[in-house]
Design a protein around this ligand. Structure first.
Ligand code: C2O
Ligand code: CU
Length: 478
């Protein structure tokens, strides 16, 4: 019951919060006058079913995942962060091209918010699409404890969606947890192994805060699925047995629809994919959704469970046209300046030395300080984002990322989306925009963007364990 449970829990959460009970449900138009309060706090969540105790987590408004924030493209969102955690935090609005001061990066765009303190965020959403919010302070621990929530920006003109014949939509926020036999989070939250290898990958996958069993559907319908990977370090690759979903947006940005066939639907940490799933199965039939992102570790995520009801329509709707495009600036590839970025370090990466706080150090000395990853030979210190490059406002930039490590890295740029140009020299012809792109081990990825948003923008690996162990930086746009 993917749909109904989060709603019920949301209602319970509101009742407990008392003062919030007067908010309209579902939360739609957020008025500029009254900010919505969002409170990260310790909470308990029944992640793994009634046979196990509840898990002690950290959660926005006590909910796993955090409440879905929804607004319409062009509208303003006003949120007051009210820190109920025992440590500093911030809110980052992942994928939104917003003013720099609202970006939520401690030490770069604001001071971290102390326990008991607050911060007011307010910005307009220029792009419609599927986004999410999370903390950017101690994000390895705060992410692994459960702090994440969906942020959905609806298209400015809902009428423009009519030709797509979407019957309904669902948000699937995927997360993973490293739990012990009592269903409690395994401590410590970050080990040297996590820092130097693949990050904190969990042993329990949840969908909207539960271990999913079945996805109830009706024959003949077309559902828009908004997939969000909120896991720290786990990649997903979903295969829909006997179904061929249409990919209609990646990282919030519409693309020319194509069918996800070979390779399934891939989601790096922080990645989003919007699918249109046509459901041509017979009433009463069942199919599997499998995640086989890791060789030899495929598992069944859930079953597609068709109701006995007669089909909603006799045949699938026509192939969908695209979602309305967002106002993204097109990079000028002829004039673009090229920046090469070397991703180095980690276990089995062969990094000999790199610079930390201006000093060249060997890997062993770096590792002693918990630092093992470098971007262009520079390791970020704690709470530090070394300047990678200063960009002129409006200039087109081609980034060539070369991964010389033994692990894949989902590289994320704040405040901008970039267009994927090529992988390992092979042009990508779909022209897909990303805010987070996977650079596989021993591979090269080329992207381009227009530096049109002034400010200091974090550029980092979105596996927070890699980020805290040195793999972060920033671009200055001025
Ligand atoms: Cu999802 Cu730097 O963030
Ligand atoms: Cu990484």
């Amino acid at each position: 019951m993917i749909e109904s449970q989060p709603r019920r829990r949301f209602l319970q959460g509101l009742a407990a919060a008392g003062a919030l009970a007067a908010l309209p449900l579902p939360l739609r138009k957020l008025s500029a006058a009254a900010p919505r309060v969002l409170r990260p706090q310790p909470a308990e969540a029944q992640l793994v079913g009634p046979a196990y105790p509840k898990t002690a987590v950290w959660a926005y408004d006590g909910l796993v995942p955090g409440p879905t924030l929804r607004l319409r493209q062009g509208e303003r969102l006003a949120v007051r962060l009210d820190n109920g955690l025992p440590q500093e935090t911030t809110l980052h609005w992942h994928g939104l091209r917003l003013p720099n001061a609202m970006d939520g990066v401690p030490g770069v765009t604001q001071e971290a918010v102390a326990p008991g303190q607050g911060f007011d965020y307010a910005f307009a959403a220029p792009d419609a699409g599927t986004f999410w919010y999370h903390s950017h302070a101690a994000s390895a621990e705060q992410g692994a404890r459960g702090l994440a929530g969906p942020l959905i920006v609806e298209e400015a003109e809902p009428a423009a969606l009519a030709p797509l014949q979407i019957d309904r939509e669902e948000v699937w926020l995927l997360a993973d947890w490293r739990l012990d036999e009592q269903a409690q989070l395994v401590e410590p939250m970050t080990t040297m192994m996590d820092l130097s290898h693949a990050g904190r990958i969990g042993n329990t996958v949840t969908l909207n805060g539960f271990i999913p069993e079945a996805w109830p559907v009706r024959a003949g319908e077309r559902v828009r699925l908004r997939l969000i990977n909120a896991a720290n370090a786990r990649f997903f690759a979903l295969r829909f047995e006997a179904h061929e979903p249409w990919v209609v947006a990646v990282d919030g940005q519409p693309c020319t629809p194509f069918r996800a066939r070979v390779g399934g639907v891939g989601l790096p940490p922080a990645g989003r994919v919007d699918l249109l799933v046509d459901l041509p199965g017979r009433p009463g039939s069942r199919f599997t959704v499998t995640d086989d992102a890791y060789a030899g570790s495929a598992y069944k995520l859930l079953e597609i469970a068709y109701a006995e009801e007669s089909p909603l329509r006799p045949a699938p709707p026509p192939d969908p046209a695209g979602l309305p495009a967002n106002p993204l600036p097109e990079p000028d590839l002829d004039a673009a300046r090229t920046l090469e970025i070397a991703l180095e370090g980690g276990a089995m990466g062969g990094l000999a030395e790199a610079r930390l706080h201006g000093r060249t150090m060997g890997l062993r000395d770096l590792a002693r300080q918990g630092k093992v990853w470098a971007l262009n030979g520079v390791v970020a210190g704690d709470h530090q984002h070394p300047l990678l490059a200063a960009l002129k406002l409006g200039e087109s930039v081609r980034l060539v990322m070369e991964n010389r490590t033994a692990f894949p890295h989902p590289m994320h740029l704040h405040g901008h989306h970039f267009k994927l140009l090529a992988r390992d020299g092979v042009p990508e012809t779909r022209g897909i925009w990303h805010d987070t792109v996977t650079v596989r081990a021993d591979s090269r990825v080329e992207v381009a963007f227009v530096a049109d948003n002034p400010g200091d923008w974090a550029f980092h690996c979105h596996i927070p364990e890699h980020m805290m162990a040195g793999m972060t930086s920033l671009f200055r746009v001025e």
